[in-house]
Design a protein around this ligand. Sequence first.
Ligand code: FES
Length: 153
Amino acid sequence: KSDAAISLTVNGTDHRLAVPPAAPLLDVLRNDLRLNGPKFGCGLGQCGACTVLIDGLAARACTIPAGSVAGRRIVTLEGLSRDGRLDAVQEAFVAEQAVQCGYCLNGMIMTLKALTLRDPAPDERAIREALRYNLCRCGTHLEILAAARRACG
Ligand code: FES
């Protein structure tokens, strides 16, 4: 086994981890750092359940080799809250009860967070475009859109 140490900065904390650089970032976050906000859905970069922020941009952690993001600023769902208070995007999902099974929620929230970081007041078209490739198998799309409008309003 050829484990080499890699350095990751996650939610403001630096970590040195003995994992293969080719290991998917999602596996390292969930298995080594015990951050279970990002979810494993497809493992192919297609569903969005594993979304994290990398330097403020939405990224699919299942397809990113952990060794390729050393020194970048990685934020998971766990890193959104401040002083025990949820982020505005999270608050909006609670207010709109925009959840059924909840599995896609991490991806929806992290994708919207990335959108609001680059555009604090996106219009309907920008919201729909941002969420276009995040899948929800329960069909909770109307509530998710309501939460997105609330978060971006
Ligand atoms: Fe990463 Fe589906 S688990 S996109």
